[in-house]
Ligand binder design. Structure first.
Ligand code: DUC
Ligand code: ZN
Ligand code: ZN
Ligand code: ZN
Length: 466
């Protein structure tokens, strides 16, 4: 039995902040002891990590990544190997990636493809959601089987007609199925049919630059789809999780539903909290780096997102990490913004950006851990093993230096993408050491992990409902 002792750090969970020693045995947290307890200083271990002056926090849970996602004739540039390694560098020890059912394909075939991409390649633990892009009788039946094997959440798209899109009837059927099998429906809430009309009109009028991507994907069309998704979920009697919420009007829809006591949940992403349409309007074709859907919004929307995170109208911050290189990938959309592959890199930056939000006074330290670790773990059935530091839980632990200063840059990041969406941004705080199930994967800012350490984690159903 190998034992590790992390001594003297400030242990922060969603519930508590306490200076304590953390004892790890065989990859699990065995015990915590405060300095004045009878155990303090009396534990011996094979290895001692001195965390004096540092935070000891749960490894991050990023519940929204797209490694190797095929999109717009190309594919997201991080593989499971490079993406999970970058996650580790950024203090994230569990990712939930989206397996894809392509049109005409079974869920089984789509899920098997994703297992094959990830198996033996991940640096940290991973799980899967399933994207449904072909809802019919047999794929509905397959949902039950997937829930049984730990794929307990299903993403549907109200956007991207002809690709991932489901109509309202298909959405209702999938929600009814989820209501019966305990699955959680995740919604990409944008009215894609209306957006496609506006795209066509913009292009016909010669409006081809990246900034028009933000203009046609109107906030009203996010709010309308969010509202419609909530009503459909009510009719079906199913819970609903809205992904990548970016517009103030959409937050208002979620808040209204939650005030009625409905099981409706929302996620936002760092790009909506820190970036804006100003980035989409950067000169030349630079704005392409910031094209994602839902799109970046005018800066005024950020206050509503921060407020939603404080009031729990939004529960989770995930990255929607979906990187495309500027060179050769984003460039596919020169002269036509609708051909720019949608997505931003960020799996490495989330924990740091949210710590910066603590420094800036947007959220408390415990709320940082709640939205980045504990809430996604509970939302997607990964608790109590993930998302906290408690006896019996996995020893997925980050030693975080709250005083270190760093500058985010593509020249120093580990994501497989040729730009940073946060180039030059100064951050106070940095990941120092990362343990995944007790094994050191980052040690004092050196990667000591390996492809294949990360395991597939089957999930239980949403723990917000029971
Ligand atoms: N949005 C993105 O920005 N990328 C991938 C899929 C999505 O919905
Ligand atoms: Zn989406
Ligand atoms: Zn409210
Ligand atoms: Zn996504």
């Amino acid at each position: 039995m190998t034992t590790t002792l992390i001594s003297g750090g400030l242990v922060i969970t969603a519930a508590d902040e306490i200076t304590a020693d953390v004892l790890i045995e065989d990859g699990k947290v065995a015990a915590l002891a405060a300095p004045d307890s009878t155990y303090a200083g009396r534990w011996s271990a094979d290895r001692v990590i001195d965390a004096t002056g540092k935070y000891v926090i749960p490894g991050g849970v990023d519940a929204h990544t797209h490694f190797e996602l095929p999109f717009g004739g190309t594919a997201a540039s991080d593989t499971f190997e490079t993406g999970t390694r970058a996650a580790a560098w950024g203090g994230t020890t569990t990712v939930v990636d989206f397996a894809v059912q392509s049109r005409g394909q079974s869920l089984r075939a789509g899920l098997d493809t994703w297992h094959a991409k990830a198996d033996g390649r991940c640096a940290v633990d991973y799980a899967f959601h399933m994207i449904l892009s072909d809802v019919h009788e047999s794929s509905l039946k397959e949902m039950d089987l997937l829930v049984g094997e730990g794929v307990t959440s299903f993403k549907l798209f109200m956007a991207y007609p002809g690709v991932f899109y489901s109509d309202d009837g298909q959405i209702l059927r999938a929600m009814q199925r989820a209501a019966g099998n305990g699955g959680l429906i995740m919604m990409h809430a944008e009215n894609g049919i209306a957006i496609d009309v506006l795209v066509e009109q913009a292009l016909a009028a010669g409006r081809t630059d990246p900034r028009y991507h933000g203009e046609v994907r109107r906030t009203l069309l996010e709010a309308e789809a969010t509202h419609r998704a909530i009503q459909l979920a009510r009719v079906a009697g199913s819970p609903l999780y809205v992904v990548h919420v970016s517009a103030e009007e959409a937050v208002a829809e979620l808040a209204q539903a939650r005030d009625k006591g409905l099981p409706v949940f929302g996620e936002t992403c760092p790009q909506y909290l820190f970036l804006s349409t100003d980035n989409l309007a950067e000169p030349g074709f630079e704005g392409a780096k910031y094209v994602c859907s839902t799109p970046l919004r005018p800066r005024e929307h950020q206050a509503a997102l921060w407020r939603g995170l404080r009031t729990d109208d939004l529960q989770v911050v995930s990255t929607d990490h979906c990187p495309f290189c500027f060179s050769g990938q984003k460039e596919l959309g020169r002269g036509d913004f609708s051909k720019i592959p949608n997505g931003l890199p960020g799996v490495e930056n989330r924990m740091d950006l949210l710590h910066q939000a603590v420094v800036d006074g947007h959220i408390s330290r415990r709320r940082w851990i709640e939205i980045a670790c504990a809430a996604p773990a509970r939302m997607f059935g990964l608790a109590p093993h993930k998302g906290t530091i408690a006896p019996g839980g996995d020893a997925d632990i980050v030693i975080y230096d709250p005083h270190a200063r760093q500058t985010l840059s593509a020249s120093t990041h580990h994501m497989n993408v040729d730009y940073s969406a946060y180039e030059g941004k100064q951050i106070t705080g940095q990941v120092e050491t990362v343990l995944s199930r007790g094994e050191t994967v980052i040690e004092k800012r050196k990667f000591t992990g390996r492809a294949g350490h990360g395991r597939y984690v089957p999930r239980t159903t949403c723990q917000y409902l029971s």
